[in-house]
Design a protein around this ligand. Sequence first.
Ligand SMILES: NC(=O)c1ccc[n+]([C@@H]2O[C@H](COP(=O)([O-])OP(=O)(O)OC[C@H]3O[C@@H](n4cnc5c(N)ncnc54)[C@H](O)[C@@H]3O)[C@@H](O)[C@H]2O)c1
Length: 336
Amino acid sequence: MTMFEKAFHSEDISDKKFLVTGGAGFVGSNLVEYLLKHGAGEVRVLDNLSNGYHKNIQDFLTHPNFRFTQADMLDEEVCRQVCQGVHIVFHQAALGSVPRSIRLPLATNAANITGFLNMLVAAKDAGVERFVYASSSSVYGDSPILPKVETHKGNPLSPYAVTKQVNELYAKVFGDIYGIKTIGLRYFNIFGPRQNPKNPYAAVIPLFIYAILDGKAPSIHGDGSQTRDFTFVENAVQANICAAFTKHPEAFNKVYNVAVGDRISLLDLYAHLANIAGSDIQPAFIAPRPGDIHDSLADISQAQQLLGYQPQVNVRDGLKILFDWYKQNRSFIEAE
Ligand SMILES: NC(=O)c1ccc[n+]([C@@H]2O[C@H](COP(=O)([O-])OP(=O)(O)OC[C@H]3O[C@@H](n4cnc5c(N)ncnc54)[C@H](O)[C@@H]3O)[C@@H](O)[C@H]2O)c1
């Protein structure tokens, strides 16, 4: 399957300028690919490559409508420059990963809170039409209620979750005070092409696939009974596009779950991948990770009603697409 064949918007975007912060990262580079494929007037990326990769944007560099600024969003002036003349900001840049935030709370705070605020101020001052930003299911913290509805509140379990809660607070206040139109997207475990299994804070699906392809046993934290609403990246891109173009008057200054509305345990997920690969390697079980929640499942009805979001790819189909992608792109994955 080729990704992004289908448009998730009906407008002509050939006169629109988009800024994707973190566009050399995993989700951001998929969003850039969609925008360029569907005729965006200009797509700018701001990324300092602290956790992103030049190879993720390599194919876009020769596109006449693509502009890359390698810089840090902790630099206010840079944020102002990249926002000039932009219609829609998709703010993806952040330091992700719960374990990294536990190891590096200051760096996480700087990128995720100060960096976020710099971008929000720059976007407001530039008069952008919309500021769509990546939040996270981690904001639900220790709330045990399933499925997660946007109104549920929980105590954060990690510095990372704190930063995403603060993002949502700032976005709401900026919407109320300055009138900027914000939309926050609470991603639930996104997976897909360009997610790097070799990153020290790699996510579980790329680690599983990479281990299987290498003939090694992957590690599972805990007993593998924990569940997640794993979401193929094409669905996350769709949610961003829906947020950028929704005409629903009630859509703004809100946060939305971005998921499929289904969950799978890590054991079942691994069994499914092993079956795709024809592998009989058994996983190794190691200590549970601090800061992790046991179960996660989203109610996606608010995104369906106000954004028109309708996930197209379920977890099993997404795993098959990704497994084939990894097999065909070993040299891309190995490249620095
Ligand atoms: N991938 C997921 O499952 C998931 C789940 C929930 C939320 N999110 C959020 O979605 C967003 C995208 O996640 P991702 O998985 O693509 O992560 P990623 O690390 O692949 O992409 C983030 C990008 O931001 C860049 N960046 C970080 N700090 C920066 C700074 N100070 N200045 C400029 N660029 C900077 C990095 O270099 C990287 O390319 C992040 O905000 C993340 O917190 C992701």
